[in-house]
Design a protein around this ligand. Structure first.
Ligand code: MG
Length: 380
């Protein structure tokens, strides 16, 4: 349907009426746009609910105050929607891509992905973007007339941030843009950058709360130090976590405003007037100004060196490696260890040479605590 909410979009926004459609044709809704329906299907999916118990940086049981994949996802959607509105691009599509962008993550964050990829090295590997697509296209099992969530082409394509050429060839329509060297929609490009804005900033907050990094160290990171100075000038008697929260708030505002303004001028300077020109452009159009890009990079490097490579976080990586490796080989040695209904649902795949992929899907879908419990049960 043509919805009032899409009437005021810019000419270069992606309207749901221009969508390439769904894999399995469906009747059009009377009161929702197609991208709204996508967003709502994602929220009702099993994979979305599981994000609550999956690690972002800290393992789920380390504390109730830290971000999980779910709260991270909601923060990405919030930042991306606000920016989409300012750019007059499609908020519904932006939100749908944001809410689905991390569905394919394994338990234990990036550590889980790396070890699962290692376990699958002879069987096609594992990559969380591809897994997100697999979940929405195939693994969600709840609708009578199609597998997966049957989402629109643009939502599906928006999830694929990167893709090797060989993999792109196997993906059909969705992989085409990597072969033809075309860009994704502005909505997908925006979600990508907002993902980064969200995690850099919430990782500062969580890292400090967990005492893995300290304000004194962050004084060497110019973007943090400059915004903190503004906070301290405005509120001289402020202390504790309020300093961090106010500083992070200013950093997010600075990054988002820069992103909006720079993207607007990119669109203007490159004379982009419609969606096809966005796709055909030789590079993405949504990115920071040169100056902010540099200061954001310093922050990223700081977090990498001091938080993601912190000995306690590395320890968690080793634990994740052990649990996932052990689970993979246990199911591989005895496929009957899989739950009966999951085994039965996948019997055809198991019998036609895709046993490892079925095991990989099962492990990737686990929450942190389920993986730990399952490991305890199998390796007493
Ligand atoms: Mg993310």
């Amino acid at each position: 349907m043509s919805n009032d909410s899409e009437n005021n979009l810019a000419a270069y926004a992606l309207k749901s009426t221009e969508s390439f459609g769904r894999q399995f044709p469906e009747d059009i809704s009377n009161n929702r746009t197609e991208f709204q329906r996508d967003r709502e299907r994602i929220i009702h999916s099993t994979a979305f609910r599981r994000l609550e118990y999956k690690t972002q940086v800290f393992v789920n049981h380390e504390g109730d105050m830290y971000r999980t994949r779910l709260t991270h996802t909601i923060e990405v959607a919030q930042i991306a929607r606000a920016a989409a509105r300012a750019l007059k691009i499609n908020e519904d599509l932006t939100e749908a891509i944001s809410l689905a962008h991390d569905l394919g993550h394994t338990p234990f964050g990036h550590a889980g992905q790396d070890i699962l990829n290692f376990c699958m090295k002879d069987f096609g590997g594992f990559e969380h973007n591809i897994q997100s697509l697999r979940i929405i296209d195939k693994l969600e099992n709840k609708y009578a007339s199609f597998p997966g969530l049957n989402l629109c082409f643009e939502t599906r394509e928006g999830l694929l941030k990167k893709c090797s050429l060989s993999r792109a060839k196997k993906l059909g329509d969705i992989g085409k843009r990597f072969i033809e060297k075309k860009q994704s929609s502005l909505e997908a490009q925006l979600t990508n950058v907002c993902d980064e804005i969200a995690y850099n900033n919430h990782d500062i907050q969580d890292g400090i709360r967990a005492k893995k990094i300290f304000i004194e160290q962050l004084e060497d990171v110019p973007i943090f130090y400059q915004q903190m100075k503004l906070v301290l000038n405005k509120y001289p008697s402020i202390s504790g976590s309020k300093i961090v929260n106010e500083t992070v708030r200013l950093i997010i505002n600075l990054l988002v405003n820069d992103l909006i303004n720079n993207t607007k001028s990119n669109i203007k300077n490159e004379s982009i007037t419609n969606f096809t020109e966005v796709r055909d452009h030789d590079r993405p159009l949504v990115y920071f100004s040169e100056e902010v890009k540099k200061s954001n990079m310093v922050l990223k490097r700081f977090l990498y060196a001091n938080l993601y490579k912190h000995p306690d976080v590395i320890k968690m990586t080793e634990e994740a490696n052990r649990i996932i490796k052990n689970l993979f080989s246990a199911y591989n040695n005895d496929i009957n260890l899989l739950p009966k209904d999951f085994y039965t649902y996948n019997l055809e795949k198991i019998n036609s040479g895709f046993k490892e992929r079925v095991i990989c899907d099962y492990i990737a879908g686990m929450t942190d605590r389920f993986a730990q419990q399952e490991h305890k049960k199998l390796f007493k």
